[in-house]
Design a protein around this ligand. Sequence first.
Ligand code: NDP
Length: 314
Amino acid sequence: MEQIETLIIGSGPAGYTAAIYAARADLKPVLYTGLEPGGQLTTTTEVENFPGYPDGVDGPSMMLELQKQAERFGTDVRIGHVTDVLFSKEKGGQHNITCEDGKKIQTKTIIISTGASAKYLGIPSEKRLIGGGVSACAVCDGFFYKDQEVVVVGGGDTAAEEATYLSKICKNVTILVRRDIMRASMAMQHRVNKASNISVLYNTEVDEVIGEKIVEGVRIKNNKTGEKKEIKISGLFIAIGHSPNTKLFEGQLEMDKDGYLITKGKSTKTNLPGVFASGDVQDREYRQAVTAAGTGCMAALDAERYLQSLDDES
Ligand code: NDP
């Protein structure tokens, strides 16, 4: 059984920022990267809105820089994921953690920064064709559809960003938006409008993905008129938002109806002593790299103060 002071789960901007602060406070943090090292930003192209990068930075490079910064102060970054947690309900109690390699860890503080994962539509034909033309990551898979026809589903910033990225590779991109407006920011909508090979169909949803082993087309439905039609495509990109990665904590930590962890007031404290949450896993509102990093910093400060209060009491 390994005994540590602070465990961080997750390696997005929240996890790494928590690690930088915890390491500099000499909490000797161990960070488990999770299944997607670097988190969601590793699937994005250019990040233009993170302060301090006047010319923008690509997501994977930014995450490598954050990892280096966390390691520079002594964070023990481990590639792997946590498979089981048993939290203590007592102040000062040890939280018991099991990792994928069977390793067991006891820690007095734990910072959960497990982020969120892409949502899918949930129709059987979509599920069957994931990996066969259905994707939730244009940066990862766009290359396979060079000079081909593709569809992007969703009306938010992710959909706009994915469509813009794909428009540079693919022949034509059609965005399906279920309402009569896009939720995406005006800046992102301008990019969409500027691309000559992107068209947007409003009030339109996916009725069925066509193809046995690979995507051959999609049947779309106008949700105002009920009219259906088929379009031939080879790639279907789903960009309809994310859900928080909190399954591991069900039954132990308080969550809202969609599974986001609930934190107390302006802090990162969960309902259990010594357990803190930062980043998208507890934020359904802002979900930005910079806000995730901010709450990562807060979680490390909350953990440090919690450990200090235990010392003061002993
Ligand atoms: P959002 O929740 O903002 O948008 C989801 C979109 O998908 C909405 O248009 C929604 O429609 C639509 N949708 C949801 N479910 C379905 C469904 N079942 N069928 C069809 N459409 C559906 O998620 P995003 O991932 O786009 O963005 C998340 C956050 O990340 C936002 O805060 C965004 O600003 C940010 N972001 C910022 C970027 C940047 O600045 N570079 C890039 C990417 C994301 P409806 O509007 O009707 O609910």
